[in-house]
Write a protein that binds this ligand. Structure first.
Ligand code: NCD
Length: 312
């Protein structure tokens, strides 16, 4: 059995694990992919809480599928209206309570910093499944695993992030994580209103001396990219609907726009997609977003088995 030595750890943002720790998770996830019954009973008797204060399909269901496939069980809620948050209970009290019943907590919350706060009150590991427009570290593990599988390594490539780079937490987490790997160039493609936040640029990219550029036009740069990370405009984080309507279809990737793209381009999207990728692209061999969704379950199996300490 492959020990990752992550027992009892929280995962709040991508910097919480070392590159070596993430590498061990990828290796374990690959072993699980090769042999889906590997670790089948490893989490028997363990209970995972999934607390989703915001909508989710992939993240919640892949965590629950992962836990069930490891032989464990899950409980929780998929919308806050069915929890005591609706009665005005504080997050700290909800977390203290749930930590009494379960062995680990996965939480998605609309407030930035909510997962960090939860980790301070929980006696069990807390995994951030998205805190507002801030971070989404398990999506990043999924993204990195997909790149590693297809590109062969994480390094020596140009990645384009396209769409809502202001509110898109998956972009913030992936850019932060990639800034720790060798020879990564980044191209940020967005309308001026949806540029990547200053704290990412000055606090991470400039600090790590990452080569990056900001552009408006996808067609002009698509031919330079090895990885294209498309994202949805995050309607729920806009202050007014007019701005959302004006910006929502800024980029729609279709086969016409793909003409200058490299044969080896890897197209990723954390999903859900709205209009950003035309369905005609789905059958192109470079479209990797459903593979990415599948890797999401394997990496979460590896993560849960690791933090629950069943491998050590
Ligand atoms: C993303 C999220 O929740 O940030 N979805 C996901 O977890 N795969 C992306 C999004 O909602 O646009």
């Amino acid at each position: 059995m492959y020990a990752t030595r992550l027992s009892g750890r929280h995962l709040i943002e991508p910097g919480d694990f070392t590159l070596d720790e993430m590498d061990r998770l990828f290796t374990l996830a690959e072993e699980i992919e090769d042999d889906p019954v590997y670790l089948r009973e490893s989490c028997r008797g363990k209970l995972l809480a999934t607390l989703f204060f915001e909508p989710s399909t992939r993240t919640r269901l892949s965590f629950e599928a992962a836990m069930l496939r490891l032989g464990g069980n899950c409980l929780g809620f998929a919308e806050p209206s069915s929890s005591s948050a609706a009665k005005g209970e504080s997050l700290a009290d909800t977390i203290r309570t749930v930590a009494c019943y379960t062995d680990a907590i996965v939480m998605r919350n609309p407030k930035e910093g909510a997962a960090l706060l939860a980790s301070r009150y929980a006696q069990v590991p807390v995994i951030n499944a998205g805190d507002g427009g801030h971070h989404h570290p398990t999506q990043t593990l999924t993204d990195l695993m997909t790149i590693r599988q297809i590109w062969g390594a994480i390094g020596d490539f140009t990645v384009g992030f396209c769409g809502d780079l202001k509110f898109g937490r998956t972009v913030h987490s992936l850019a932060k994580a990639l800034s720790r790997y060798p020879h990564i160039r980044m191209v940020f493609i967005s309308p001026p209103e949806l540029r990547v936040p200053a704290y990412i640029k000055t606090g991470i990219l400039d600090k790590e001396a990452i080569e990056y550029q900001e552009v408006d036009c996808l067609e002009k740069v698509i031919g330079d990219l090895d990885v294209l990370y498309m994202t949805r405009v995050q309607r729920e984080r806009f202050f007014n609907e007019e701005d959302y309507i004006r910006l929502k279809d800024s980029y729609i990737l279709n086969m016409e726009k793909m003409k200058p793209a490299r044969k080896t381009l890897i197209i990723l999207h954390p999903l859900p997609r709205v209009n950003e990728i035309a369905p005609e692209v789905d059958i192109d061999s470079r479209a990797s977003y459903f593979k990415q969704a599948q890797y999401g379950m394997y990496i979460r199996m590896a993560l849960l088995a690791s933090i629950l300490g069943v491998l050590d």
